[in-house]
Design a protein around this ligand. Structure first.
Ligand code: PRX
Length: 578
């Protein structure tokens, strides 16, 4: 159904704030080198957005177009997103760590005529040739007519007749009439991280998405006027869209764009940044928290974190050890930790504690309660299924409306597993108090002799060992027990030999903890330096499963893999085990 005509979206994020507080800082660009941050006020952000909007219009970009943005977190990227929104074009931000092949797949699927990029990216002290990657990608993208290039570094790049320097926007007018859009018109496409199968271009729309992103931002993080919000996710993911850009800007907030890594130049980076920028809400991922925990508390204690009020976690289940450390060490035991469950598909946070609510209880490692308007339902999918399929029983404003050019796939994936419900693909428990704990993807389960168990639970126990930095548990086919034996991959913090010795102890601990469900005699453990992960930090269990099943030809799409050497290490290590 078509909705009502909405207010023009960039006006919600920019114009009305410029009217009331033009000189408030909208963006703090935390560049790779600590201490070199750049601040952009609401007035400057509006002017830049209008200029680029005019430039894009002059080059024929209009309502109904989809512009691909291949840029790291930086003001030019936010300006690009908002300029598209202003002139009614959809954007598709592609994570700037993706390969030319992955970028090309997404450009072709979105049929973009325009790509916006930067000459080079800078992250963790390393320079990446982003413009060159675009050049390579568009060789197989006949739809692309123009490439806009912003300059992140001084280093010149080869420009062809097709390329336009973003610098040209400086001569454009600072007034750009926003397009009037229907509330159900497309705001952006975002391709899911692709830890399973071919990426899907999820479609988010104007009014519902913005309402949901801004309301959740305000309520879940207890965001107040003039707070500094520090979401360290890349803008290439939904977390960056909703909580680095749209949510905070709709709320007139000051938001941090983080260009670096948690350990550059050292493992104190996050907390040094918190001290320097006086961050009030910090929002990060369990994978980084687990990594930093292993480096020790002194990296945290070195810096003043007294401005922090709320700590957020997103992306995967946060294990108890990491939750406790985040709360006790980073937050000095005084900042509520909000474990926020949601997905690219949901547009914003769906299950999370709301510390500002009266009598808000928070149980470590639990996402706690549904947000306003979210009606979770747990579906019993199979007999003896320990965790239940998490569905939502009614629509909410921020939900994705479809998959770009493939509505049938949207219906099949989300609506057909449980007719009448939106199926999230995740498993969850609900306590007798009505609190939710997310177990992880239902496709990441182990099934031993008919018993199903979420891999995350086993990993949780393994990770409690001081010798294990991270672990991945998978099941694989076994003729007697079905998808039977489990295999664990551990990233050792110490030498291989020492870790192997510790793992025996860990196994014993799991046996005691989840005694009845798994047959540990058949468990196989392998230690590795690093786990194969997608560029968004998700462990690629699908790949591990193929290695263990000796199906190296069936490894599938590895375009989202962050570090190919990690897969080689697992393959080699697995050969050595047998
Ligand atoms: O399995 C859930 C996990 O991440 C998936 C969504 O991934 P993506 O679309 O890339 O979005 C990530 C950022 C919202 C979910 O299906 N996930 C996300 N948050 C949590 C989580 N699992 C457990 N606890 C969470 N807080």
């Amino acid at each position: 159904k078509k909705g009502k005509t909405t207010r023009k979206l960039p006006m919600n994020c920019l114009d009305r704030h410029v009217h009331t507080f033009p000189d408030r800082v909208a963006l703090i660009w935390e560049r790779d080198e600590p201490g070199t941050e750049v601040k952009v006020t609401y007035r400057q952000l509006l002017e830049a957005t209008c200029r680029l909007g005019n430039l894009l219009r002059r080059h024929g970009v209009n309502r109904g177009d989809c512009v691909t943005i291949y840029m790291p977190p930086c003001p030019a990227a936010v300006v690009s997103m908002l300029a598209c929104a202003r002139i009614g074009a959809a954007h598709s931000v592609v994570f700037a760590g993706f390969s030319a092949e992955a970028l090309a797949d997404r450009i072709r699927d979105a049929q973009s005529r325009i790509v916006i990029t930067v000459n080079q990216g800078v992250r963790g002290g390393k320079v990446t040739e982003l413009k060159q990657t675009v050049d390579l990608a568009i060789q197989s993208c006949p739809s692309v007519q123009k490439v806009f290039v912003a300059m992140r570094t001084e280093s010149p790049v080869v420009m062809t007749a097709r390329d336009i320097a973003m610098e040209e926007m400086q001569t454009e007018d600072v007034v750009c009439e926003p397009a009037a859009m229907d509330s159900e018109d497309v705001l952006f496409l975002l391709y899911t991280s692709g830890s399973t199968g071919k990426p899907k271009g999820l479609v988010h729309t104007q009014a519902g998405y913005l309402l949901y992103a801004s309301l959740t931002h305000r309520c879940v993080f207890n965001y107040h006027d003039e707070d500094v919000f520090g979401c360290v996710a890349d803008i290439g993911w939904i977390t960056g869209h909703s909580y680095s850009v749209y949510g905070p800007l709709a709320n007139g907030g000051t938001t941090v764009l983080f260009e670096s890594t948690p350990i550059y130049p050292d493992p104190g980076r996050y907390w040094e940044m918190v001290q320097r920028l006086k961050i009030n809400q910090f929002y990060g991922a369990p994978t980084a928290i687990r990594l930093l925990l292993k480096y020790g508390d002194h990296w945290v204690h070195k810096y003043d974190r007294s401005t922090l009020k709320t700590l957020g976690s997103v992306g995967e289940p946060i294990n108890t050890e990491a939750w406790e450390w985040y709360h006790r060490v980073v937050g000095d035991g005084r900042c509520p930790v909000v474990d926020t469950w949601w997905q690219t598909e949901t547009g914003g946070i769906c299950i999370a504690p709301r510390p500002s609510a009266p009598n808000a209880e928070i149980v470590p490692g639990m996402a706690m309660r549904p947000f306003f308007g979210i009606r979770p339902v747990l579906m019993d999918s199979e007999v003896l299924c320990m965790s239940l399929g998490l569905c939502v029983s009614q629509p909410w404003p921020g939900m994705a409306r479809t998959i770009h050019n493939n509505h049938q796939r949207f219906i099949e994936t989300y609506c057909q597993p449980y007719p009448g419900y939106f199926f999230t693909g995740d498993g969850a428990y609900r306590s007798k108090e009505g609190y939710y704990q997310i177990i992880g993807r239902l496709d990441d389960v182990i099934n031993v002799s008919g018993h199903r168990i979420g891999t995350a639970e086993l990993e949780d126990v393994l990770n409690q060992s001081p010798m294990v930095a991270e672990s991945a548990v998978i099941g694989y086919s076994h003729e007697v027990k079905g998808q039977g034996k489990q295999e664990t991959f551990n990233v050792a913090t110490q030498s291989r030999q020492y870790t192997m010795a510790k793992i025996c102890g860990v196994k014993f601990q799991i046996m005691v903890t989840i005694l009845t469900f798994l047959c540990y005699k058949s468990a196989i453990s392998q230690c590795v330096q690093r786990l194969p992960k997608t560029r968004s930090g998700k462990i690629m269990r699908r790949v591990l499963r193929k290695v263990v099943e000796r199906d190296l030809d069936g490894l599938g799409d590895l375009s989202t893999l962050d570090n190919p050497a990690a897969v080689q290490e697992v393959i080699q290590g697995h050969r050595d085990l047998f």
